[in-house]
Design a protein. Structure first.
Length: 600
């Protein structure tokens, strides 16, 4: 049942099973928020996750989050539609994500629109033992507050299961659609995870006796829906007239969408539908939020209905299709999309079961209201269309930009350039800057190749180039960031960045104190990290005095806690980021802690 009270966040769905730790992952998303991508490594390493519900930070990252990002980000491959990475606040920590993101384009001139994760975990006791998890749904890697669906499949290690070979083939095809050359690490990861996918079987969800994945957009194919169902239901935030032209089913039972999308349909399209409803969760939409943003800006927050679901009944059987495809012609024509087809009995997967209310909780049908047509102006799907500013932003993101870093005058200079010319429109102004230095923006010239150089420091070198496009006539703004491979970056850059982010010996010791508290996950944990530089120096010094005492107490009472912290300390030591003399102290305490754990 699609009960509104049964909710699972994408981050929670990524957490490793008991006794397992994260190994590698590959994913595809349409829009991407780098702050949400920061939360993914935290999901693999922390509980609860450090980022708040909005993903916003104050600029001072908890050291454990830095460790999680450094440990796991390089083991993630994220395919994202070119030009659809939203512009976040400037944070140097995003540098650790530069090697994770691969921009891609759709081969048939649509957009890359799936939202799929393939995750591999390994046993803590025996690293040779692994298991896979697949997440497929309508949720982008963002902090949107919209209503989405997600399907979670875990590998069946001992019992029966079904294959998902289609997803392995999709990721192979996505790798071939990357903008620029695909880094060998990503190619190897796609090959390794794809190989495991092709040999793995996955447990079916309750009430499902058959599962098939349908991938669209790499070659022409029609939708897989039955032609003569007894009953049908379509839930889609975006609907277009050409969907009905493609639909072989002569009549749909129920269509649920957004009012603005339904308002844009030709009146004759409604002749194909028996019942038209709109989604209303009772929430208030903040009309001022993102008011200056262009309609298709990837940073525009999504609210309300975003789930995509097609359900059909035929006799005592039922089929449900869920995933990324909207009820539009583009979804089944030019876009790359994924739908999971779940089949079962009508008593398990029927429309009334999906939408109906349970004994203790209301069903999704309680959020539907009758549709009343208000306007007859077309309402374009922003994932396909957009304003002038959006269209220019997308064209800029497709430029093949290369970059090089060189030392100069005691600092560094990074030059970004393209072989193709910048193409603007009359009345549209565009500017770019390295994501780490927003005050360093440059206005680009129309009709000329990009050729801009920026003075920076070693730790502020950015492999993310930010673009902002302003339509001076409408005042609309459309922004994004694009990953750029930079030649000439020295190996010590990440170590230098980590030292800057940790900031000081005081900050490291404050973090260690928090972790050695009896309840290290208490609410004051992050507050202690965030307030590191508050107060006079003498006050901070007094707070450092208990560090040795806490280490010795943990060594006696809970030596396993020191052992758990050791991987972080070792990683910081390798990057020369520990306070002077601490490594020797820690090694001595750890040696005794190991002996006590063995003797217990």
């Amino acid at each position: 049942m699609l009960a509104p009270t049964r909710r699972l966040t994408l981050i929670d769905a990524m957490r490793p099973p008991a006794g397992m730790v994260f190994d590698e992952a590959m994913a595809v998303t349409f829009t991407l928020d780098l702050r949400a991508l920061l939360a993914a490594p935290a999901a693999f390493a922390l509980a609860p996750p450090s980022p708040d519900a909005t993903g916003d930070t104050t600029g001072v990252e908890p050291i454990e989050l830095l460790h999680a990002v450094r440990s796991h980000a390089e083991n993630i491959t994220i395919f994202s539609q070119v030009g659809e990475i939203s512009l976040p606040p400037s944070r140097r920590v995003f540098a650790f994500l530069e090697s994770s993101v691969v921009p891609v384009t759709a081969p048939r001139h649509g957009v890359v629109h799936p939202k799929v994760w393939v995750l591999r975990y390994r046993s803590e006791e025996d690293p040779s033992e692994t298991c896979l998890r697949v997440l497929s749904g309508s949720r982008n890697l963002t902090f949107d507050t919209s209503w989405d669906t997600i399907l979670r499949l875990d590998q069946s290690l001992n019992g029966p299961g079904v294959p998902v070979v289609e997803l392995a083939d999709m990721f192979d095809s996505l790798a071939a659609c990357s903008q620029g050359s695909l880094d060998s690490r990503h190619a190897e990861r796609v090959g390794s995870l794809g190989s495991d996918l092709r040999s793995a079987l996955f447990a079916l969800p309750d009430g499902v006796d058959s599962l098939t994945f349908h991938v669209f957009g790499f070659e022409p194919r029609s939708h897989p829906f039955p032609e003569t169902p007894d009953r049908s239901l379509v839930i889609s935030p975006f609907v277009s007239d050409d969907f009905f032209q493609q639909l072989k089913t002569p009549q749909l039972g129920t269509l649920v969408s957004r009012p603005e999308s339904l308002d844009g349909l030709d009146p004759h399209s409604f002749d194909r539908v028996e019942e038209v409803l709109v989604f209303d969760d009772g929430g208030e939409i903040d009309l001022a939020k993102g008011d200056a943003l262009a309609p298709a800006d990837p940073g525009r927050p999504l609210e309300g209905l975003h789930a995509k679901l097609f359900a059909f009944e035929l006799g005592e059987r039922a089929a449900v299709y869920c995933g990324s495809a909207n009820a539009t012609g583009a979804a089944f024509g030019s876009n790359v999309e994924v739908l999971a087809e779940l089949q079962g009995s009508r008593s398990s997967l029927g429309i009334d079961v999906l939408l109906g209310s349970g004994i203790d909780e209301p069903g999704m049908r309680s959020l539907f209201l009758p549709y009343r047509r208000n306007i007859e102006e077309p309402a374009n799907d922003p994932e396909v269309a957009g304003s002038r500013a959006d269209q220019v932003r997308r064209s800029l993101a497709r430029l093949d930009v290369v970059a090089a870093a060189v030392q100069s005058n005691g600092g560094w200079t990074v030059s970004y350039s393209s072989s193709d010319a910048v193409a603007l429109r009359e009345g549209v102004v565009a500017s770019c800057w390295p994501l780490t230095t927003p005050g360093n923006r440059r206005t680009v010239e129309d009709g000329k190749p990009l050729d801009e150089s920026f003075a920076t420091t070693l730790e502020a070198i950015s492999g993310f180039l930010a673009w902002e496009v302003v339509d001076e006539e409408s005042g609309q703004v459309s922004s994004c960031v694009v990953p750029v491979q930079i030649a000439g970056v020295p190996e010590e850059r990440n170590a230098a960045l980590l030292r800057v982010l940790i900031g000081s010996a005081e900050r490291f010791f404050r973090y260690l104190l928090a972790m050695l508290e009896d309840d290290p996950l208490q609410s004051s944990f992050l507050d202690a990290i965030e307030q590191l530089h508050d107060g006079p120096p003498e006050a901070r010094s007094r707070e450092l005095l208990p560090v040795l005492e806490k280490i010795l107490r943990s060594m006696r009472r809970d030596p396993a806690r020191l052992l758990a912290l050791d991987p972080l300390v070792r990683a910081l030591a390798a990057d020369d980021a520990l306070p002077a003399g601490f490594d020797a102290l820690w090694s001595s305490a750890l040696q005794i802690a190991r002996q006590r754990v063995v003797s217990q």
